[in-house]
Design a binder for this molecule. Structure first.
Ligand SMILES: Cc1cc2nc3c(=O)[nH]c(=O)nc-3n(C[C@H](O)[C@H](O)[C@H](O)COP(=O)(O)OP(=O)(O)OC[C@H]3O[C@@H](n4cnc5c(N)ncnc54)[C@H](O)[C@@H]3O)c2cc1C
Length: 456
């Protein structure tokens, strides 16, 4: 029950920390706890037939378990400091890119070989975007695809299972500072460790907040991104997706000078529900395997909302908006762009008659009753701006799903070693508020593992 290192959370942050800590087999005892299931037991009950929408499972298989929120993701590993988190502000730009590249090498070694890497370097699309007031951000992106991503995760688990003690379906209730280490408390047991890495991601955000309060670790929370997921025929966006796969495009609105950005682009993908702490929002992913590809592309359009004092609960604000959509639609709402612009709700009939067939069974409704005007205006402006580089984006039959929320975990006060004021207690990945992506979360795990190893 006593380990050198305990990792709380088996998402990319936790997995890559465990990988690096045990790579050289130098006798370090490591345990990983996760509230969710082992990889093979992670099955979302939504089958689109008997169960059409989220039934609020005790632990969400999309968000929790080995692989974390990333397990059924599109597996897009963006190698960039321009988005995906601010890890570089702690460890430096060069180190961050070096670690993200190292993570990519590991992914290739454990099953990702043959997948494509896309880059914005030298693309003509940058100029075309700029001519239309759209700013295409620089990045390299490895697209593993949901299927290959699972293969990599399975291979990593097979590698780690003999070196690391895994505890699945075991939420950590508390972490206490004791003498020269930590006590990690679960429902039934107590474990101790010399060093503790917390990597609880978005699903662990509430728990993380409580723990920080209890351990008197300062936090701040002032940002949230709110918007909708757009779904349209893949041909419309193929100019961008064929060359770049995922393009991160930022638009500054004329009306309010707000920034709207594209996020999580899934060519030939599917739109899915996401359940965070009982609130159902929308997300998307796509498969690398051609047989799973759909005819649609989806991506989110998000508006960043930064709050100033005295308001501190940015996630609470977004949760209220998401709850409103859950109240009206029983989950996620879908609306045709044409209906939105005509000021009317979408109905079952209008969705049935739509030429773009939705890939998620959401409730037809009216997003203007849910999204704040300023945010909705920004999304509409950006759809018209995108229509200039990808004509057809503003078609009546384009679908909008809402709401999509990008919750930013509150930022935990950590130093440049990603260590809290309690020596030996590290907070990494999305749970730290520093990273918001697979590549940054994974790189943060490697970084802390190397730091721990360097102190031995
Ligand atoms: C549908 C979907 C698609 C996505 N697509 C992409 C993409 O293509 N590219 C990209 O860069 N990002 C994507 N993301 C985001 C990406 O998955 C996350 O940024 C990444 O997984 C963060 O890794 P993490 O290790 O910090 O946390 P997570 O992956 O969230 O893992 C945290 C783990 O901690 C566990 N946990 C939480 N609380 C506790 C507790 N108290 N005790 C024990 N365990 C606990 C959870 O069960 C979970 O397994 C997507 C997310 C979703 C949901």
């Amino acid at each position: 029950m006593s380990y050198d290192v305990i990792i709380v959370g088996a998402g990319p942050g936790g997995i890559f920390a465990a990988y690096e800590l045990t790579k050289e087999n130098d006798g370090l005892s490591v345990a990983v706890f996760d509230a969710g299931h082992a990889l093979e037991k992670r099955i979302c009950p939504i089958d689109g037939d008997k169960i059409k929408s989220c039934i609020n499972c005790k632990t969400c298989s999309i968000m929790s378990g080995f692989g974390g929120a990333g397990a059924f993701s599109d597996g897009k590993y963006n190698i960039t400091n321009d988005f995906g988190g601010s890890l570089h502000e702690h460890i430096g730009k060069q180190k961050a890119i070096e670690l993200m590249t190292y993570v990519d090498e590991i992914n290739m070694k454990y099953g990702g070989k043959g997948t494509k890497i896309y880059s914005t370097a030298g693309t003509q699309l940058k100029k075309i975007c700029l001519q239309n007031k759209l700013n295409l951000l620089d990045a390299k992106v490895r697209h593993l695809g949901t299927d290959k991503n699972s293969v990599v995760l399975k291979n990593l688990y097979d590698l780690l299972k003999d070196k690391v003690s895994f505890y699945f379906d075991t939420p950590v209730m508390d972490v206490k500072s004791i003498g020269n280490g930590f006590s990690v408390v679960t429902q039934d047991d107590k474990f101790t460790c010399k060093q503790c890495i917390i990597s609880v991601g978005r699903s662990g955000s509430n728990w993380m907040e409580k723990l920080c309060k209890k351990l008197k670790i300062p936090t701040k929370s002032n940002r949230v991104d709110i918007g909708a997921r757009v779904e349209l025929p893949a041909e419309i966006f193929s100019t961008l997706t064929d060359e770049l796969y995922e393009s991160k495009i930022v638009y500054r609105t004329e009306k309010f000078e707000d920034y709207v950005r594209t996020f999580c682009m899934n060519p030939n993908g599917i739109v899915v529900n996401e359940n965070t702490n009982g609130i159902v929002t929308v997300n998307g992913h796509s498969y690398d395997d051609a047989s799973y590809k759909t005819k649609n592309t989806n991506f989110a359009l998000l508006v960043s909302k930064h709050f100033s004092e005295p308001f501190k609960d940015s996630n609470g604000y977004a949760e209220s908006i998401a709850r409103l959509s859950n109240m009206l639609g029983g989950g996620v709402i879908v609306q045709r762009f044409g209906d939105l612009m005509r000021g009317r709700r979408s109905t079952e009939k209008r969705i049935e008659e739509n030429t773009t067939i939705p890939t998620l069974a959401a409730t037809p409704g009216d997003l203007s009753l849910v999204l704040p005007k300023r945010i909705l205006d920004g999304i509409i402006e950006m759809i018209y701006a995108l229509d200039k580089v990808a004509p057809g984006t503003a078609n009546d039959d384009t679908l909008l799903y809402g709401v999509e929320v990008k919750f930013y975990n509150m930022e935990v006060s950590i130093d440049d070693n990603l260590e809290t004021k309690l020596k030996g207690l590290y907070v990494i990945g999305d749970g730290s508020g520093v990273t918001h992506s697979l590549s940054h979360a994974s790189a943060s795990g490697i970084f802390v593992a190397r730091r721990i190893l360097s102190q031995r």
